[in-house]
Design a protein around this ligand. Structure first.
Ligand SMILES: Nc1ncnc2c1ncn2[C@@H]1O[C@H](COP(=O)(O)OP(=O)(O)OP(=O)(O)O)[C@@H](O)[C@H]1O
Ligand SMILES: [Mg+2]
Length: 261
């Protein structure tokens, strides 16, 4: 059985997709088998992984019931495109609409150690599906003063999923993402999050750098594009593996880092 992690935020642009992409890279370099699921009709994760835009079936086909999850895996990714928006609309009218992804992933659960689900920037039906399918929720919060507000709303949705359809869902952590800790503003935002979510706030902070946009554009992992920055994600992965009870240290990621130019 895979450990299934939904990566979400109430706001857009908090670094969710970059986190899913890069964590998948680090986990894979430690030898774990990772499936990444793009659950955003924007298809950014599929782009970041450079999946062929024509690849079919996609997650939209899986959720609308016309394909099995297993057949939608392309190089470790179940991609998404705009057809997912259509699938979401058709899901809305179905009985058990919150359970569709959970049922679909049963097909691939045994094949992977970790399944990462990249949610769209809204707390709607797709994100609810991810939370109902997941064992863990990972919240990404952009290092801004308003981060707290978004985190609180996302926490409420997690609570709803737990109260209703997925009592076993656990909060893996809150990630302080795209941070410039040299500014007082970021440090204050971090402290206020710490006050509110306590030790759910992850110790690892992902630093802000323009290199992430470059690496996304080139579909090259930050681990290879800028190994010095990639170190944040190596550390984050290690912290998360500890919380997941998967103790294997990300050794392979370290060795690739030292051998990179
Ligand atoms: N640590 C970082 N520093 C600077 N820029 C970053 C960082 N991480 C991601 N970015 C950039 O911020 C933008 C948004 O990132 P990303 O797509 O990962 O966010 P998202 O939360 O998935 O967005 P959306 O809500 O639209 O799905 C992208 O241009 C990405 O390259
Ligand atoms: Mg995204």
């Amino acid at each position: 059985m895979a450990q299934k992690i939904a990566v979400l935020s109430q706001k857009g642009g908090t670094g969710k997709t970059t986190a899913v992409r890069t964590l998948a890279d680090v986990f894979r370099r430690t030898g774990l088998d990772v499936l990444a699921v793009d659950l955003d009709p924007q298809g950014n994760l599929s782009d970041y992984f450079d999946v062929d835009p024509e690849a079919t079936p996609t997650v939209g086909d899986v959720l609308s019931g016309s394909a099995r999850a297993r057949d939608a895996v392309h190089d470790g990714v179940i991609p998404a495109n705009l057809s997912l928006a259509e699938a979401e609309l058709s899901m809305a009218g179905k009985m058990g609409r919150e359970l569709i992804l959970r049922k679909a992933l049963k097909d691939v659960d045994a094949d992977h150690d970790i399944i990462l689900v990249d949610c769209p920037p809204a707390l709607g039906l797709l994100t609810v599906n991810a939370l109902v399918a997941a064992d863990w929720a990972l919240l990404s919060a952009e290092a801004q003063y308003f981060a707290l507000q978004g985190v609180e709303q996302a926490l409420q949705v997690i609570e709803l999923a737990r109260d209703g359809l997925n009592p076993d869902l656990q909060l893996l952590g809150v990630l302080f993402n795209i941070a410039d800790m040299r500014t007082v503003h970021s440090r204050e935002a971090y402290d206020s999050l710490r006050e509110h979510v306590g030790d759910k706030l992850l110790d690892t902070v992902v630093r802000q750098s323009i290199a992430y946009a470059e690496s996304a554009e080139r579909a090259v992992s930050i681990l290879d594009h800028r190994p010095d920055l990639g170190e944040d994600y190596v550390q984050l992965a290690s912290e998360l593996l500890g919380r997941l009870g998967l103790t294997s240290a990300p050794r392979a990621a370290h060795s690739s880092r030292t051998s990179a130019p």
